[in-house]
Design a protein around this ligand. Structure first.
Ligand SMILES: C[S@@+](CC[C@H](N)C(=O)[O-])C[C@H]1O[C@@H](n2cnc3c(N)ncnc32)[C@H](O)[C@@H]1O
Length: 249
């Protein structure tokens, strides 16, 4: 199944429950890209339902979302009706060369082949422009409820491993030889949400959907475990958001 169609059945849950991005992330992006987000021409690849797209628009950027999945794209269109959108692939961007200040991948870079997508981003960027990729990772390794969740996922979701996003993303970009500078920074933050919305967030993950017939068992075990750690049903979920910025010469 292609990544586009993988996310399409999850669009509703995705839109309701995915975390946004902290202000600090955009401050870090401005620092590493050496330009303000306000006024930037941004191509937001793997835009999904538009969480990062809208965050950058609200900070004054002019954003063109590019997304492979038709249902995700349709949700983005409904949430942000007047915005032109492109159905397209980050590995073959249907865009002119040297036409963007920033190419962003919010939680989407791990879905593309690095040499191909990096070359496309470098082609579409203006001189001095930057490719920026970021991920919200749950930062709860020290918590029992999170460890048990990861144990369950590794047991129930085919092929899932808690290390799945542990890749040298910055080095991979350096190794392409396309960029003058590659830098990375991490910020930490948290959100508080009720257990029902937390369950929707779990259901928006492709590797939770992959549990298939045993999904109800997984969710019931999660609820029991979470209520032991958060008896009032308000979950405190810590994140670390890792940002990688690669600037073209
Ligand atoms: C985890 S979601 C991230 C959505 C959004 N950027 C956000 O911040 O919530 C990843 C998205 O990347 C899209 N995607 C995966 N591979 C892609 C590709 N090669 N080109 C464009 N979009 C892609 C998927 O369809 C999905 O909507």
């Amino acid at each position: 199944m292609s990544p586009g169609s993988l996310f399409d059945p999850l669009a509703d849950a995705y839109d309701q429950a995915r975390p946004g991005y902290p202000d600090q992330l955009f401050a870090d992006l401005e620092l590493l890209a050496d330009r303000p987000v306000a006024g930037a021409g941004v191509v937001d690849v793997g835009a999904g339902t538009g969480i990062a797209t809208r965050a950058m628009i609200s900070r004054g950027a002019s954003v063109l979302p590019v997304e492979l999945g038709p249902v995700m794209l349709d949700r983005l269109r409904r949430r942000t009706p007047d915005l032109p959108v492109v159905r397209g692939d980050g590995e073959a961007l249907p865009l002119r060369s040297a036409s963007a200040d920033l190419v962003t991948y919010a939680q989407a870079w791990h879905w593309v082949r690095v040499p191909v997508a990096a070359a496309e981003a470098a082609r579409v960027l203006r001189p001095g422009g930057a490719l920026a990729a970021w991920w919200n990772d749950v930062d709860a390794d020290d918590f029992h409820w999170y460890q048990r969740q990861q144990d369950r996922l590794e047991a129930m979701s085919p092929g899932y491993t808690r290390e799945y996003r542990n890749r040298p993303f910055a080095d991979e970009l350096r190794w392409t030889g396309l960029f003058a500078e590659v830098a990375t920074v991490t910020c930490r933050w948290h959100r508080e949400l009720d257990i029902d919305l937390y369950e929707t967030w779990l259901c928006s993950k492709s590797y939770v959907a992959a549990i298939g017939d045993r999904l109800e068992d997984f969710l019931a075990a999660e609820r029991r475990s979470l209520l032991r750690s958060f008896p009032d049903g308000r979950i405190i979920e810590p994140f670390r958001t890792m940002l990688v910025v690669a600037r073209v010469p």
